[in-house]
Unconditional design. Structure first.
Length: 338
């Protein structure tokens, strides 16, 4: 997605500050999470994946993560092997129109893949957006898969969004809109229909400029991430209750979050060629895949956590985050004049 001037400037400053922080940390920390061994994170090697904007752990294919570009690519999904960072299959969606701004991916009950073409670079001017649903292939080879397309509208008017969630027990679909001052959790109908538009209604405020979100494997918790932080909520049947902050790694442009298939990690992705997926220990209380119903969706987290050694350098990067926040506040007025 083409970002605002503020976001692009923030991303540039992040790179400068992060490079300095890593230099200081190099002598005292283990290598960052680029070891290409799944739960310790990996680097996306496919040169076709330059704007990875969503992430979902497969439960049918251990160690595989599904991702996609957010725009200017086509109706494609990529199955990435976390052991190597290499793409093992590219799926072409048929039965859908030309994607506009694909921002999120989730896996629901029955190993169905849900894709959110829900972004809006124009600040919420599309009269409708789309969601695609398709079966996850049992064999990972390049192939075309027929998808079902749903038209989505919001009860309170158009908006930008980058977070799509499918509840691992009920299969109900949710969206969180993206607003700098915080957005809302939107609930779709109990069952989506291809006849007419599916109306999503706000049911709870979310205190974050959200770039992605995910359910825990048991569906009891909701993790929401933004560019510089994240929040854990108890699900409570959609009556979400804030539990604490997530230990989100500092990334140049943090775009995605998923649980690992076994529920032990939160996996954080970012955009850019050769982008990294960073693993953090799941906060206490998160469920494992053995407790999940038939294997949940693009997953999520809970409570406050200490994080993993793979991102220990982020602790020292706290000052960089504070500086970036200051930059964002400074650019805010300029951004709104554009």
């Amino acid at each position: 997605m083409r970002r605002s001037f503020a976001v692009r400037a923030g991303a540039l400053l992040t790179g400068v500050l992060l490079s300095g922080a890593l230099t200081v940390l190099a002598a005292s920390t283990a290598p960052a999470a680029f070891a290409a061994d799944g739960d310790k994170g990996f680097t996306v090697e496919d040169p076709r994946i330059t704007e990875s904007s969503g992430l979902a752990a497969s439960r049918q294919h251990p160690g595989i993560y599904w991702t996609h570009n957010d725009s200017d690519d086509g109706p494609y999904l990529y199955a990435v092997d976390s052991a190597t960072g290499k793409t093992v299959a590219r799926i072409t969606l048929s039965g859908v129109g030309t994607p506009r701004d694909v921002e999120a991916i989730s896996i629901g009950p029955g190993n169905e893949i849900w894709v959110g073409d829900i972004g809006d670079n124009l600040g919420g001017t599309w009269k409708y957006v789309w969601i695609y649903r398709l079966p996850e292939p049992k064999k990972l080879v390049d192939r075309t898969v027929k998808a079902t397309q749903y038209v989505v509208k919001y009860s309170d008017g158009p908006r930008d969004a980058e977070s799509l969630l499918v509840h691992p027990r009920t299969g109900r679909v949710y969206i969180i809109d993206k607003k700098e001052d915080g957005g809302h959790l939107y609930e779709g109908p109990a069952k989506l229909s291809t006849s007419g538009a599916d109306i999503f209604k706000p049911i709870a405020p979310v205190d974050l400029w959200a770039t992605d979100a995910a359910f825990s494997p048991d569906g009891d918790r909701l993790a929401v991430r933004g560019y510089f932080g994240g929040i854990s909520y108890a699900w409570n049947g959609g009556k979400i209750k804030r539990e604490g902050r997530l230990d989100v790694p500092l990334q140049r442009q943090g775009e995605s979050v998923s649980y690992s298939a076994d529920g032990s990690k939160l996996m954080y992705g970012s955009e850019g060629a050769g982008s990294s997926v960073v693993a953090e220990d799941a906060p206490a209380g998160a469920s494992s895949s053995s407790e999940s119903p038939s294997a949940g969706g693009a997953s999520s987290a809970s409570g406050d956590g200490d994080g993993s050694s793979a991102t220990g350098g982020v602790k020292v990067g706290a000052l960089a985050v504070a500086a970036l926040c200051a930059v964002f506040l400074g650019f805010r007025r300029l951004r709104r004049r554009r």
